[in-house]
Ligand binder design. Sequence first.
Ligand SMILES: CC(C)(COP(=O)(O)OP(=O)(O)OC[C@H]1O[C@@H](n2cnc3c(N)ncnc32)[C@H](O)[C@@H]1OP(=O)(O)O)[C@@H](O)C(=O)NCCC(=O)NCCS
Length: 200
Amino acid sequence: MSRTKELELQYRVLPQADVSKAHIIEAAEYPESEAGSLGNFISRQAAAPHLFLGCYAHAPIGAGGQEQDAPARTSDDEGVLVGYIVSTQSSDDHLTHESMSFHDPKGRSVCIHSVCVAGAYQRRGIASEMLKEYLKHLHSINEGESTLPHRLERVLLITHKERIGLYSGAGFELVGPSEVEHGPELWYEMVYNLAQPNQA
Ligand SMILES: CC(C)(COP(=O)(O)OP(=O)(O)OC[C@H]1O[C@@H](n2cnc3c(N)ncnc32)[C@H](O)[C@@H]1OP(=O)(O)O)[C@@H](O)C(=O)NCCC(=O)NCCS
């Protein structure tokens, strides 16, 4: 269990039962044009459950009006799902529409589709911590704590300019403008090399 401001956080591979809860957060936090569909979430969790990590909070955010905004609860002792990171694998070295469109179990690149924190829990350092936990989780997969037939080599994501600092703070490097076109804003590709020792 780790702690950000006032919250005890726990990370675990998202169970199938929580996929729709994660999707409720996605739909609330991303612009409609960027949000993954519930169908996307169900198929990503089914294809690559090891790459869907949930972040659960074990204490209420505080008194006063939070209930209305709070994300769906799991159960009292399992905490509240407050964020997640979801990815699939690809054999490509760069993110493209194609590499994001299906999970290739032989792929050595982990392609992040979504990094998301429920609105009521944002700006407390959860996404920054969640990214570090996610990278730790991927390193542990490579160290043999799973049944993957090969090592994962890199983590790829695309982001808008204003979020580059969030990811560079977790150890990602800027590759440059992405070839992906989606909506009016430019996307930037970033990469984290899993061959380097875990920096978390
Ligand atoms: C982007 C997102 C994941 C960030 O989640 P978060 O938990 O708020 O992120 P963090 O708290 O780690 O950092 C966000 C900001 O809060 C600041 N912050 C961190 N801890 C803080 C604290 N205790 N008090 C005040 N601010 C804090 C960080 O410095 C950072 O500042 P910045 O906006 O100037 O970069 C979240 O806003 C979200 O889910 N957005 C919708 C989905 C999305 O756009 N995802 C990213 C796709 S690229």
